[in-house]
Ligand binder design. Structure first.
Ligand code: G6P
Length: 366
């Protein structure tokens, strides 16, 4: 009801602004990197595994895609991420030493549960879920679990569940890195310090809202948008595009930035704004020269720039600079302005933000 919403107009807005608290709760009481954070006997499981297979749907799939960069980059563990509805129906090569990780806000998504059972049926019994509902089927059916503490999420478009999943997945990366002897004490201390700083960092990013609102005014009249990112931020571009299409009904696509010239550049006009996530100056120069080719047709860049860029807004170029450089936790911060962009664009278009047409909060039937 209205009382629960407090000062907010919609649950989605409230949930976006709850992220500092949700991430703080999710990481509360973590004094050190220990396997038992993921359940009893986790150290044995983690010692035995040689790879990770992540299964999820929707926004949870994109948190898995982000985690792949961490798991391979920091823990050096080969990682595959697969859409649950694809995995469950294809012939794959099972590896009993793979850690099967399902990611789910609800813990009841039919395809993700079926994918888990499919993996189990193939003899993969080292299972772990990152889940927001402790009493869910997913938690019951997985051997290990990490419960995110986002709290109840009401908006159909997932926000705080996503950032808390990322927090849990980053922790998993550190635990696995340590189990494999790939994390020095100094690295552990630095990562823990960065994690503890997340709530304050998220709050600083939320303060960018007025700048995002001015972008949303431009987006409200558009029917197409392109999101670009690379590396760790490619999944964030995908998530930004998903948020926009879910609640504004604007057609949005995401591409790895290097792919711009391999197709989507042909579509760019003044009617198709291009959002780029986290570029440094060098990448921005490349993107700008690409965009110059369509300048005559009015291509406009909306850039969420890293803190250490020097690029300034100019003709056809709108820059929001992030408050700080966040290192590997950067995706968790860069997604927030994209959530706000979708939210404020939806408000400007007058769509039903919390209950977008045709979509359900939890898809419990196939
Ligand atoms: C639905 C929701 C999405 C969510 C997806 C997966 O499509 O609208 O917000 O990301 O299901 O849900 P889960 O509960 O498994 O994370």
């Amino acid at each position: 009801g209205a009382a629960e919403l407090g000062p907010y107009r919609h649950y989605m807005q409230k949930e976006i602004f709850e992220q500092p608290r949700a991430v703080a709760d999710t990481l509360e009481g973590i004094a050190g990197i220990v396997p038992e954070l993921f359940g009893d006997g986790a150290h044995r499981v983690f010692r035995e595994i040689d790879s990770v297979l992540i299964l999820a749907c929707g926004t949870s799939y994109y948190s898995g895609c982000t985690a792949k960069y961490w798991l391979e980059g920091i823990a050096k563990i080969p990682t595959q991420v697969e859409i649950a509805s694809e995995y469950r129906y294809r012939e794959s090569v099972p590896n009993p030493n793979t850690l099967v990780v399902t990611i789910s806000q609800s813990g009841e998504t039919a395809d993700t549960l079926a994918a888990l059972r499919h993996a189990q049926g193939l003899g993969m019994d080292k299972t772990l879920t990152i889940c927001n509902v402790a009493t869910s089927a997913m938690v019951r059916e997985c051997r290990l679990a990490y419960i995110t503490r986002a709290g109840v999420e009401i908006g159909v478009a997932s926000t705080k569940a996503f950032t808390t999943q990322l927090a849990g997945l980053f922790l998993l990366t550190l635990v696995l890195a340590q189990a494999k002897g790939r994390l020095s004490d100094a690295e552990e201390a630095a990562h823990l310090k960065a994690m503890r700083h997340l709530p304050a960092a998220l709050a600083a990013v939320l303060a960018l809202e007025p700048q995002v609102i001015s972008w949303a005014e431009d987006f409200a009249g558009k029917e197409h948008a392109l999101f670009l990112g690379r590396g760790l931020h490619y999944p964030i571009a995908l998530e930004g595009a998903l948020k926009l299409k879910e609640i504004t009904y604007i057609h949005a696509e995401a591409y790895a930035a290097g792919e711009l010239k391999h197709g989507p550049l042909a579509l760019v006009t003044s009617e198709m704004p291009v959002v780029t996530v986290a570029p440094n100056d060098a990448l921005l120069e490349k993107l700008k020269s690409n965009m110059q080719e369509v300048r005559a047709r009015g291509g406009v860049l909306y850039v969420l720039a890293d803190a250490d860029t020097r690029i300034e807004s100019g003709d056809g170029l709108h820059v929001i600079r992030m408050p700080e450089h966040y290192g590997p936790l950067s995706p968790l911060l860069h997604v927030v302005p994209l959530q706000l962009l979708a939210y404020h664009t939806a408000c400007a278009r007058g769509t039903d933000v919390d209950k977008p047409r045709n979509l359900a909060k939890s898809v419990t039937v196939e």
